[in-house]
Ligand binder design. Structure first.
Ligand code: OGA
Ligand code: NI
Length: 382
């Protein structure tokens, strides 16, 4: 190898290790261009239509769209509940997403979580890096992109993933800095778990399933499904998207669906989340203090395809950083998810194979899936 080649190779691997340190670390060195590592192929860039090459559709997506609203004040009122359940069902069928208001989680808990995440990401790289791990089963993982050991093109995001259960076992592994982080996360995890359970109750009712539903066939044998959810898995993901000098070349998160039953997403005031609605990417209008809730793969399977786990992605922008906190809820990790027997009959044959957490982990660890879409691999009928 010529000396020049040696130099080039050393530079390339040096760059690669810089990218592994995350996009916030990269931005601390005042960059004016997006490095090649983050540049998507032309047809995957945010300025392209989801289907075809229609500029009008792209412009349409730039407008902010309000998601269907689910109002807990209505769900709590016996006279309004039937109507609220109907709009919940329609949102899950037509959008796979809805916005929850009057949810009862105190403003301080919500503001506290965004604030603690902001302060976590604001710490020096060395402090954040203590939680970097390539072990998918680790209870705390700090990292970057989507799957930083597999992604060819990186996305413009750093994350902190925290496993929330069983709390007594996992809490000692959580970040100890900022000093109030563990308390804030524990409180936020409890409150969002409670809200998840209330939303799941409404969802089961909206699907016409008996409450408490039995575990027959569809979930672990012991106890009803609500009991299983109480003991279920909960993963918290704080996302940090720094400002990006050329936001049209990259994404904060590539198109993906979420694996669990429901994801509760808290976003700050900066727009970025886009969902695939019809054939278009539409940008969700942030409503401070409310939650964006989406149907995950497990709920699509459980509802035998009635409720949709919809692809979504994140745009970045050139002026402001953005923070979001997602909590992903499902059954206990050892449980199998199947279509609810009540929702399978001759007119609605079973559409999905059984699935479990282990097969999901095997899927995401094995490849760089094009659309990060695990659900496709579980479909029996198309
Ligand atoms: C996620 C996700 C969207 C956002 O964490 O799975 O889709 O707006 N986040 O950060
Ligand atoms: Ni998501």
């Amino acid at each position: 190898m010529s000396p020049a080649m040696v130099g080039a190779a050393a530079e390339a691997s040096d760059d690669e290790s810089q990218f592994q340190k995350g996009v916030k670390h990269l931005c601390e060195k005042a960059i004016s261009r997006v490095p090649g590592k983050y540049i998507l192929p032309v047809h995957e860039r945010p300025g392209r239509a989801a289907i075809g090459n229609d500029a009008a559709r792209v412009d349409e997506g730039r407008k902010l769209m309000s998601l269907p609203m689910v109002d807990f004040a209505e769900l709590r009122s016996s006279s309004d509940r039937p109507r609220a359940l109907k709009s919940l069902a329609e949102a899950c069928e037509q959008y796979g997403f809805f916005q929850v208001v009057n949810h009862g989680i105190p403003e301080e808990v919500i503001g506290g979580m965004i604030d603690a995440s902001t302060r976590f990401f604001g710490q020096p790289y060395e402090e954040r890096a203590r939680y970097m791990s390539s072990d998918m089963t680790s209870p705390v993982r700090y990292g970057t992109s989507f799957n930083q050991s597999k992604d060819k093109v990186f996305c413009w995001r750093d994350f902190l993933k925290i496993t929330c259960e069983p709390m007594p076992q996992v809490l000692p592994h959580w970040p100890s800095s900022p000093p109030d982080m563990r308390n804030v996360v524990a409180l936020y995890a409890k409150e969002t778990k409670c809200l998840f359970l209330k939303i799941m109750e409404a969802i089961l009712e909206s699907l016409g399933l008996p409450l408490p539903a039995t575990g027959r066939g569809s979930v672990c044998e012991d106890g009803g499904i609500m009991t299983q959810f109480e003991e279920g898995s909960q993963l918290m993901v704080s996302n940090f998207y720094p400002p990006c000098p050329e936001p049209e070349l990259t994404l904060g998160m590539p198109p993906h669906s979420d694996y669990g039953f429901l994801t509760l997403l808290l976003q700050d005031r900066v727009p970025g989340l886009q969902i695939l609605h019809g054939d278009n990417w539409v940008t969700v209008k942030p409503i401070l203090g409310s939650f964006v809730v989406n149907v995950g793969d497990h709920l699509e399977i459980f509802s035998n395809g009635r409720y949709k786990s919809v692809l979504h992605r994140v745009l970045v922008n050139s002026t402001e950083s953005r923070i979001s906190v997602a909590t992903l809820h499902s059954l206990p990790k050892e449980c199998t998810v199947s279509p609810a027997p009540e929702l399978v009959d001759e007119a609605n044959p079973r559409r999905y194979m059984d699935t479990d957490f282990a097969s999901f982990l095997a899927y995401i660890s094995s490849c760089e899936p094009k659309k990060k879409n695990f659900l496709e691999s579980r479909k029996l009928l198309s």
